[in-house]
Design a protein around this ligand. Structure first.
Ligand SMILES: Nc1ncnc2c1ncn2[C@@H]1O[C@H](COP(=O)(O)OP(=O)(O)OP(=O)(O)O)[C@@H](O)[C@H]1O
Ligand SMILES: [Mg+2]
Length: 265
């Protein structure tokens, strides 16, 4: 299911329920979540902390199983199957026993690149994210934001048709963050893989996405699905558009209403 023609795949989740056990209590996290990412589409998920976004990603990645519901890629059921998507977990999960460069070449080799070429390309890719100087270091000596960038690069290079990125830029300073956003958009526009992207930044979601799902607090349901209307390639100052400001407010209101609901409970 790699991307020979450079096109994304359709990812479809239907009726996903998931609960965890805490002692004797059952704690529902996802409550009938259904969503779709069309081939080549960029879709973001926004929802309060603890609403179940990372849980949803672990289900899509096949690391855990839903209690109910189905996950399909291009129409085939893949619930519980791992290795089909490029997945960047919220906590950078680099191999501590490999150098930064070897972490990257690992992804390239997994995507079919020959070993020697992978080693060369790894250093070139690290140069593109401004991290060539640490290519021979081990991950534990990097800052959190640096680890996040390497982890992001590794997910990109996995070359699956569907990419799930869980707050990939949360630990970055504002300038590096906007550089990485621009870079992600360039790469996405070039090969149009399908992206499902989690962020707490409404602006980031509006700048990057074709559509946004707003989730409620746990147990998460889809509160609203919004189509982001700004044409591509997006202007760098798209945030000055009145429609942008309006949509930002709409999402804020939804999240606020959810919060008010929670404090009443
Ligand atoms: N393995 C687990 N066992 C028990 N509870 C869990 C487990 N994993 C997650 N949870 C709980 O499920 C809920 C949702 O967690 P999750 O990490 O999916 O939230 P999130 O939306 O990604 O939050 P954030 O925005 O803070 O990253 C939380 O209350 C969390 O404590
Ligand atoms: Mg999370």
């Amino acid at each position: 299911m790699s991307a020979p023609n450079g096109k994304g795949s359709t990812l479809e989740l239907t009726g996903i329920f998931k609960a965890y056990r805490r002692g004797k209590e059952r704690f529902p996290v996802l409550n009938d979540v259904s969503l779709k990412v069309q081939a080549g589409e960029f879709v973001s998920l926004i929802g309060p902390s603890g609403s179940g976004k990372s849980t949803l990603f672990r289900l899509i990645g096949g690391v855990e199983l839903p209690d109910q519901g189905k996950i399909r890629i291009d129409g085939s059921e893949v619930t519980g199957q791992s290795g089909l998507i490029s997945y960047m977990p919220q906590q950078a999960a680099l191999f501590p026993w490999l150098t930064v460069a070897d972490n990257i070449s690992f992804a390239l080799i997994a995507a079919g690149t020959e070993k020697k070429a992978a080693k060369e390309q790894a250093v070139q890719w690290l140069e593109r994210i401004g991290m060539k100087s640490v290519s021979k270091e081990y991950p534990h000596v990097l800052s959190g934001g640096m680890q996040q960038r390497v982890s992001f690069l590794r997910a990109l290079l996995m070359k699956r048709n569907v990419m799930c990125l869980d707050e990939p830029f949360a630990a970055l300073d504002a300038l590096t963050r906007s550089d990485m956003q621009r870079w992600l958009l360039e790469l996405w526009e070039a090969d149009m893989r399908s992206v499902l992207f989690v962020t707490h930044s409404i602006e980031e979601a509006l700048v990057l996405s074709d559509r946004i799902y707003v989730l409620s607090s746990a147990p998460a349901t889809v509160l609203r699905e919004l189509v982001v209307p700004f044409e591509r390639p997006r202007r760098s100052n798209v945030w000055t558009d009145p429609a942008f400001v309006e949509m930002k407010q709409e999402i804020l209101d939804l999240l606020e209403a959810g919060k008010a609901e929670r404090t009443r409970m």
